[in-house]
Design a protein around this ligand. Structure first.
Ligand code: GPK
Length: 825
C-alpha cells in the first residue's frame, strides 16, 4: 500500500472541462501522446481511436467513483451472466451519455474533421447472435441509466458474429476481425487474471480438521484475462462495468521443446488455450453440443464467480453472498455456474453441503428465451464428466436430493420423478441445463406473457406445479436511448419539442403524444421525418450495397436471424405471389401498392434450409428487380451483413414491420418493439410480445393474421398436411409452382427443389397453413396505406402506445420481483 503526499494524488479523480476547448485538448493529447501522431499526419483511424479515448476521459472519474461506492456501501449487485453481449457501436452512445455530442462535433470541426467520418470508422463489437445478446446490451444500458449497480460478465470473443457476404446470391461467411484496427473502449487487466481448471479426476481425502472432503485434481488449466468496458448511464453520471474474459495459456510455451528446436510444438498449448475465446458460435437457438462451447461456458462463469468473490467479498465471508449479488442466468449458457458456486463453497470455502445449497439457491435466477425443444441445451454426461468431473458429481447430488423431495411430495408417481430428473437417460445420458437452472434458481422467468404462460403450461409444467411461486414473467424491452434517440434523432427531436425533455428515461410519457395523432400539423411533421429516414437509408444502401431504391414505396421490412420458425419463407411466398399475379396477367401493375421489401438475416453456417432460403431471397430479388413489368411497383433488397449498426438506419425508415413467426414459437421478439417505437405498423401473428404490442396499440392499428397457439396445437394433433393447403389454394399453388419451375434459377428446377419439397411435405412451421390469412392481411395493409392520413395517425399511435416496451420498465420488474436490489445513492 502506498502513501501519497501530493495534493493532486489525494484529490478525487476529476473530469475534463465540458467545453469545446476542453475537448479539443483531450482529443489532441490522445492523438499526440497515445497514438503518437500529429493532427496533420493522422489517419481517420488514428482520429477515431483518439476521439473514443477522449470521450472515455469524461467517464473515468464517475466510473471509479461508482465502483468505490459499491464496494464501500456493500450494495447488492446484479451479476448479469451472458455468453453474448451484442453491443453495437459505442461512440454515439458514449457521446450521448456524456452530453458531448455538440461539443465533440464542434471540437472536431475546429480540427478540420467531420465527426460523421469518424463515427463510420467504428467496427461494432458483434459479440452476440441476435435477440438474446442484444437484450443483454439493452438491460445493462437501462441498469446504468437507473443507477442500479450491475456487473455484466461475458466473453471477449476475438472474432464475433461472422461477416456475411453473398456470392452468387449464396451466403459466404467471413471472419469478424473487430479488434484489428484497435479497441479503444476496453481496459485490459492482466493483473486480475484468474486461473480456470479443466479435466482430471476427483478424489476424497481427510482434511486437517479431520473431515473427509472431495477435491478436484484437474488435468489442465488456462488463464482468464479480464477486459473492462464502461457502461455509461444516460446523462446521470453513473457508469457500470461490463467485464469480458479472454483465455490465455498459463505457460506461453514449453521451454524444453522450444530449446530442442520444435517451435511449433512448443506453442501448441498456447494455441489450444486461446482457442477457448477465439470465436462466437454462430448458432442462434440451435446449440450444437460442441465441447469447445462447454469450455467457453465454464471458462467465463468460473472467472466471473471467482472475480466477484475476490473483488466484492473483501472480508472473505462467503455466507454474505446472497446479500451482495444475484446472478441472472441469461438462458442456459451460463448454468454451469450453479455447480461451480457449489464447488467453490463446499470444496474451497469448506461450507457444509446444505449451507452451500441454501446460499446457491439465493444467488441465481434464470431467464428462459425459447420454446423450441432443440434450443434447450443438454450436455452428455460423458462429455461433462470428462471436462468437469467434480461438477458432474455435484449435479448428480443436486439431482438426487431434488428427486428425493419430489418422490416425497408425490409418492407413487415415479413417472413424474423421471420426467423432472435433471439427468435425461435417452437418447444418451445427459444433463438438462434448463432443469438444473430451474431447480437452483430463486426465480424462473419467460420473456413475454404468452411465452411465460407456455413455459408454465408446457416446457416446465411439472416444475411450475411443484413451485408455482417460482415462475414469473418479465416482458422484454429495448433501450430508447439507442433505438430512438441515436437511431432516430428526427423523431426524438419532434417528441422533445412536443413533450419537453424527460421522456427518454420515462418512456410511458410517450402516451402524452396520443392527442397529437389527431393533429394534422404533427402528423405532417411525423411523415416528413419518416421520409427523411427513408432517404437516409437509401443513401446508405446506395453506398453500401450499390442498390438504388425509389423513395415513394411502402417500405416493408423483415430483419432478424434466418430461422424456419420465423418464416422468412412465408414473406417470400407473399412477394412471389404478388409478382406471379402480375406476370400472369391476373393483376394489373397499376393496381398494386408500390412496395420495397427489405430483408436482413444471417443464417447459421451449418443450417442448410436457412442458407437455401437466403439463396432464394436473393434469386427472387434479382429476377423481380430486373423485370420491367414490375419495375415501378416491386423491389426486393437484401443488404448483406445485417447488424446493430444497419438496424439503427433501417428501423426508423420502415413503414411495415414483419413479425410473422408461427404462433407459440417466438419467445418474445425485440425487433417488433423497436419498429413500433419508431412508428412502423406491424403485420404479425399472435406470438411472443406481438400479443402485447397489439393489445397496447389497438387492433385497428395492427395487422393480425394466422393461427393462434391453441389452433396450432390442434392442427398438429389432428395431423398437419401442408400439401392440402397447396392443393386447395390456387394462388398458393401458382406461387410454389413458379418457384419450382425454375423461374428464379435460370430454368434449373433442381436448385430450389429441396425448399419447395420441404414446404410441401413437411413445413414444420406451417407457412402454408397461414398463407391465405397472411396475403389477406397484406391486402388490408395495401388498402389502409392508400389512406396516407389514416396510416400516419396509426403510426403516431404506435409510438404513443409503445412506451411500455422500454427496457427500463423490464429492469424495474426484474428488480421488484427477482433481484430486490436498490439504486446506488
Ligand atoms: C432465444 F433461445 C434463444 C437463443 O438462443 N437466441 C435468441 O436470440 C431470442 N433468442 C428469442 O428468439 C427472442 O424471441 C427473444 O426476444 C430474445 O431471445 C430475447 O429474449
Amino acid at each position: 500500500s502506498f502513501q501519497p503526499t501530493h495534493p493532486l494524488a489525494l484529490a478525487p479523480v476529476t473530469s475534463p472541462p465540458h467545453s469545446v476547448d476542453g475537448f479539443v485538448r483531450e482529443f489532441l493529447r490522445e492523438l499526440n501522446t497515445d497514438s503518437g501522431v500529429t493532427l496533420s499526419r493522422s489517419t481517420v483511424n488514428d482520429q477515431y481511436l483518439s476521439l473514443a479515448r477522449a470521450v472515455r476521459h469524461y467517464l473515468s472519474a464517475r466510473w471509479l467513483e461508482n465502483t468505490r461506492k459499491v464496494r464501500e456501501t456493500k450494495a447488492k449487485m446484479v451479476g448479469y451472466l451472458s455468453a453474448e453481449f451484442l453491443l453495437g457501436r459505442q461512440l454515439g452512445n458514449a457521446l450521448l451519455a456524456t452530453d458531448l455530442e455538440e461539443i465533440a462535433e464542434k471540437a472536431l470541426a475546429e480540427c478540420g474533421i467531420d465527426i460523421a467520418t469518424l463515427r463510420a470508422q467504428e467496427v461494432e463489437p458483434g459479440l452476440g447472435n441476435g435477440g438474446l445478446g442484444r437484450l443483454a446490451a439493452c438491460f445493462i444500458d437501462s441498469l446504468a441509466t437507473m443507477g442500479v449497480p450491475c456487473i455484466g460478465y461475458g466473453i471477449r470473443y476475438e472474432y464475433g458474429i461472422f461477416r456475411q457476404t453473398f456470392v452468387d446470391g449464396r451466403q459466404v461467411e467471413q471472419p469478424d476481425t473487430w479488434l484489428t484496427l484497435g479497441s479503444p473502449w476496453e481496459f485490459p487487466h492482466p493483473e486480475h487474471a484468474v486461473q480456470v481448471d479443466f479435466g482430471g479426476h476427483t478424489e476424497t481425502y481427510v482434511d486437517t480438521d479431520g473431515v473427509e472432503r472431495t477435491r478436484w485434481v484437474p488435468g489442465w488449466n488456462v488463464l482468464g484475462m479480464p477486459f473492462n468496458y464502461m457502461v455509461p448511464g444516460y446523462q446521470n453520471g453513473q457508469v457500470n462495468t461490463l467485464r469480458l474474459w479472454s483465455a490465455q495459456a498459463t505457460n506461453a510455451f514449453d521451454l524444453p521443446t522450444f530449446n530442442s528446436g520444435d517451435y511449433a510444438e512448443a506453442v501448441r498449448a498456447q494455441t489450444f488455450a486461446e482457442n477457448i475465446t477465439k470465436v462466437l458460435y454462430p448458432e442462434d437457438s440451435t446449440p450444437q453440443g460442441k465441447e469447445l462451447r462447454l469450455q467457453q461456458q465454464y471458462f467465463f462463469v468460473a472467472c466471473s464467480i471467482r472475480d466477484f468473490i475476490d473483488r466484492f467479498i473483501l472480508d472473505g465471508d462467503v455466507t454474505t453472498l446472497p446479500e451482495r449479488v444475484i446472478f441472472q442466468l441469461n438462458d442456459t449458457h451460463p448454468v454451469i455456474a450453479v455447480p461451480e458456486l457449489m464447488r467453490v463453497l463446499v470444496d474451497i470455502e469448506k461450507l457444509e453441503w446444505d449451507a452451500a445449497w441454501e446460499i446457491t439457491k439465493k444467488c441465481f435466477a434464470y431467464t428462459c428465451h425459447t420454446l423450441l425443444p432443440e434450443a434447450l441445451e443438454v450436455w452428455p454426461t460423458e462429455l461433462l464428466g470428462r471436462l468437469l468431473p467434480r461438477h458432474l458429481e455435484i449435479i448428480y447430488r443436486i439431482n438426487d436430493e431434488f428427486l428425493a423431495e419430489v418422490r416425497a411430495a408425490f409418492p407413487d408417481d415415479e413417472m413424474r420423478a423421471r420426467r423432472m430428473s435433471i439427468i435425461a437417460e435417452y437418447p444418451e445420458r445427459a444433463v438438462r441445463m434448463a432443469y438444473l437452472a430451474t431447480v437452483a434458481g430463486a426465480k424462473v422467468n419467460g420473456v413475454a406473457e404468452l411465452h411465460s404462460q407456455l413455459l408454465r403450461d408446457k416446457v416446465l409444467h411439472d416444475f411450475s406445479e411443484y413451485w408455482p411461486e417460482k415462475f414469473t414473467n418479465v416482458t422484454n424491452g429495448v433501450t430508447p436511448r439507442r433505438f430512438m434517440r441515436l437511431a432516430n434523432p428526427g423523431l426524438s427531436q419532434l417528441i422533445t419539442e412536443t413533450l419537453g425533455t424527460g421522456w427518454l428515461t420515462d418512456l410511458e410519457r410517450l402516451a402524452e403524444l396520443e392527442p397529437y395523432a389527431e393533429d394534422a400539423e404533427f402528423r405532417a411533421a411525423f411523415v416528413r421525418i419518416k421520409e427523411a429516414n427513408k432517404t437516409r437509408l437509401y443513401r446508405l444502401l446506395r453506398a453500401r450495397d450499390q442498390v438504388a431504391l425509389p423513395d415513394d414505396h411502402l417500405l416493408d421490412v423483415m430483419v432478424k436471424r434466418l430461422h424456419e420458425y420465423k418464416r422468412q419463407s412465408l414473406k417470400l411466398l407473399h412477394i412471389v405471389s404478388s409478382y406471379e399475379q402480375i406476370i400472369s396477367g391476373k393483376v394489373d401493375p397499376s393496381q398494386v401498392t408500390p412496395r420495397t421489401f427489405v430483408f436482413g438475416a444471417k443464417a447459421a453456417p451449418g443450417y442448410r434450409i436457412a442458407k437455401e432460403t437466403i439463396h432464394l431471397i436473393n434469386s427472387v430479388a434479382a429476377v423481380i428487380n430486373a423485370d420491367p413489368l414490375v419495375k415501378d411497383v416491386l423491389k426486393v433488397v437484401f443488404p448483406a451483413n445485417y447488424n446493430v449498426t444497419l438496424a439503427e438506419t433501417l428501423i426508423p425508415a420502415a413503414d411495415l414491420s414483419e413479425q410473422i413467426s408461427l404462433a407459440g414459437k417466438e419467445a418474445s421478439g425485440t425487433g417488433n418493439m423497436k419498429f413500433a417505437l419508431n412508428g412502423a405498423l406491424t403485420i404479425g401473428t399472435d406470438d411472443g410480445a406481438n400479443v402485447e404490442i397489439r393489445q397496447l396499440v389497438g387492433d385497428e392499428h395492427f395487422f393480425l393474421f394466422g393461427l393462434t397457439e391453441p389452433e396450432v396445437a390442434e392442427v398438429q394433433t389432428a395431423g398437419y398436411r401442408s400439401h392440402e393447403y397447396y392443393e386447395g389454394d390456387p394462388q398458393l399453388k401458382a406461387t410454389l409452382d413458379l418457384i419450382a419451375s425454375g423461374h428464379f434459377s435460370g430454368g434449373d428446377r433442381t436448385v430450389f427443389e429441396p425448399l419447395v419439397s420441404n414446404l410441401l411435405y413437411d413445413d414444420r412451421f406451417m407457412a402454408l397453413a397461414d398463407f391465405r390469412s397472411y396475403v389477406e392481411a397484406q391486402a388490408r395493409v395495401d388498402a389502409y396505406y392508400a389512406d396516407q392520413d389514416a396510416w400516419a395517425r396509426s403510426a403516431v399511435l404506435n409510438v404513443a402506445r409503445s412506451g411500455f416496451f422500454s427496457s427500463d420498465r423490464s429492469m424495474r420488474e426484474y428488480i421488484a420481483r427477482i433481484w430486490h436490489t436498490q439504486p446506488l445513492r
